[in-house]
Design a protein around this ligand. Sequence first.
Ligand code: TRP
Ligand code: ZN
Length: 900
Amino acid sequence: MTAQKKETFLKEYTPPAYLVDRIDLRVELDPRATLVQSRLQCRANTAAGGPLVLDGERLQLLRVAIDGVDLGPEDYTFGNGQLVIPHPPAAPFEVAIHTRIDPEGNTALEGLYRSSGNYCTQCEAEGFRTITCFPDRPDVMSVFTTTVVGDRTACPVLLANGNCIDRGDLPDGRHWATWHDPFPKPSYLFALVAGDLVCLTDTFTTRSGRSIDLRIYIEPRNRDKCDHAMRALKKAMRWDEERFGREYDLDTYMIVAVDDFNMGAMENKGLNVFNSKYVLALPETATDTDYEGIEAVIAHEYFHNWTGNRITCRDWFQLSLKEGFTVYRDQEFSADQGSRGVKRIEDVRLLRSRQFPEDAGPMAHPVRPDSYIEINNFYTATVYEKGAELVRMQAGLLGPERFRKGTDLYFERFDGQAVTTDDFVACMEQAGGLDLTQFRRWYAQAGTPVLECADHYDADAGTYTLEIRQHTPATPGQADKQPLHIPFAVGLLDAQGRDLPLRLAGESAASEPTAAGVCTRMLELRAPVERFTFVGLAARPVPSLLRGFSAPVRLRYPYSDADLTFLMAHDSDGFNRWDAAQTLAQRLLLRMVEEEALSVPDSFVEAFRQALKEAPVDASADTQADPALLAEVLTLPSEGYLADQMDCVDVDGIHRARETLAATLGALLREDLLAVYERHWQPGAEAGDYDLSPAAAGRRALRNCVLGYLGQAPDAGIVALAQRQFDTANNMTDVIAALRVLLEMPVDVAGDAGERALAAFYRRWSQEQLVLDKWFALQAQSSRPDTLARVKGLMKHPQFSLANPNRVRALIGAFASGNPLRFHAEDGAGYGFLADRILELDPLNPQIAARLLHPMTRWRRYDPGRQALMQRQLERILEVDGLSSDVYEVVSRSLGKDEG
Ligand code: TRP
Ligand code: ZN
């Protein structure tokens, strides 16, 4: 292992030796040679003093001075990512550092880089050290003053964190602006943006009456696409005041959209930088899912102002302190904007399809990891989504009032500090008046707990006993698991599907709340086996277990198909109605994988027919079943989710089973499906204003889900239907859904309709980058046998570029992660292709290269032939010299070579 591939351990945390109270930066922008001058006001944090160690990488060090006196080469060392000054003064002192950096050559998109000719920064987690030398760790919080100097024509806009306090012109065609951020912050929240941007403005009045300037900066061609983002921002600001009592603190809030960005967005104090995918939208260019994503990410970054910025992380092992909590907050915000039930389903879908497999694979790690080689590899579904579930469980254990007391306490106690997940839990514990000692294990223990449930009904006594056994499978480096404190929400249904009042043995009837209030009980599991006996039951109930998905666990209970069909029709818990349908479909699909000839049972078809019958008759009647929820119920478990349920993944079998089931339903339920489709068909462009409301989006979701089934059993009529939708729809949701269906239909039925539609789509949208990403992704996800050849061809398309992360994700990511059938082709061609791309990409952008690798890290879950092929490619990557720490860590972990 080379020096850069050093592992960092939580248990080795020590407080910083020096603090930096203030930093003054002057950045003179130039594409290839930007000059950065910084002055740090330093003081010792511990009595020990000792050497001053600053981080610094990928930069040219021009000057180091202390208290105005230049240091000679003998006074410091610089190398291996560190600037070390062995004998700094004992009293507080000033360090001046001059560095030169190359934004144009920065393809990693970390630090200061250029996107479409504009300058921007991405400093989380450790990018600031590529701009200047600094203690680049979140527990060093400083007040930043930043002067940006740039060419007046190339960079009319000059931005940094905080408030603009001064600006002026220079004689040589340049100008400057000085920004001051009064809130001390870690370096990862630093941001600078400069370029030829236009600004859309609005204002927000806080509940205490302060007026905040809201500004979204975009390239001029995108000026008409920001309304939705601005609306979302204002909603998020109001919501955080109402729900969490959090008010915004600076006078301006700025968002900048850039086309080249490694992740979704970044919460830099007062100056968020966004992937343009999460800002720009028009009905013609963005789908309902895109609109939802924008609202959620805008809210997420805004919420970070309190959960992340005002209170930040002590070290990167605490990443979930800000990310888990902020995801919980954005989930709750989104739930309040539309349907809470549908939002919960979407969130659990994501958790199960991304986080559960992570927890079961070689990259498994606790929500608070113990060690990392490259912190960028730990921005994971575990830290984000499972972390949010841990906050959600605590909110559930405390109840809304006490949870709010807990968060109030947290904000008050730790404002302005860098703290730990344990500090958060301590606030919940204190405000909730409960003991969370055992609950804390959730943060330290990796792996998804399995709950095995059994039950017994005693007719004579009228009692019903539930027995729940928990265990967590071993994960790499964590063989022995401890029992967890698990909130387990339960309901019991009578034969008519009504909730029964729940009374546990030993509880007196007198203390029992009114029947309506106790239909769901939150049981708390602590021991490896727990038993709960409910009394006063005249007949055997049907249990509704883990309502609302009250804990991130895998539930096992021997439901009969009849029980599931019953729950699907009657459970008062919307989440469990959906989950019953999923389980029913999953079971059938897994049986179909095993028995190729298995036909679809009538009972399953009838359950679907029944669900379709309940589809709202009148599209505008809210009293009817929620179309969005129905669309979720009708959506079959994904290939990836089914794969996660198998001991040895049968790639082709899963695809075949899913297609067979969908085609069977499409054929047998044709009339019912068509009826639902036509009832919700809104004629195209002439229909006037496009309706973005959640209700309208839900109807589109249902209709497109139904169209998907019809497309699986196509004839000329269905081709015409999809064609009509493609030709006349006035919004991207309907256009893309129709295009997908046309492309997947066999040529003998649809002729070249799919190819013609694809070509028309390209002609229409060849200048809209975000829409073009959809064009690339659709082709990469195609189940057609020639998809890999097509993807290879698209790599040479003039609009393809390895330098743009969105485009890489759209083509290579969509193929490797979104097309299991073709990626896992038996001959290993998909694996070879991916390994080639990773080796090409790693020198350019290691973060993206490492993320693309993920589908191959789970090689042990496949048959011996595929295992060997994937392993060979992973080993081939590992042999390459000069691999980034990002790719090195993912490959070596997945080959199991990092142990010992
Ligand atoms: N803090 C960001 C968020 O969750 C995540 C992020 C944005 C990020 N860009 C990054 C993380 C680059 C690592 C590297 O909102
Ligand atoms: Zn975040």
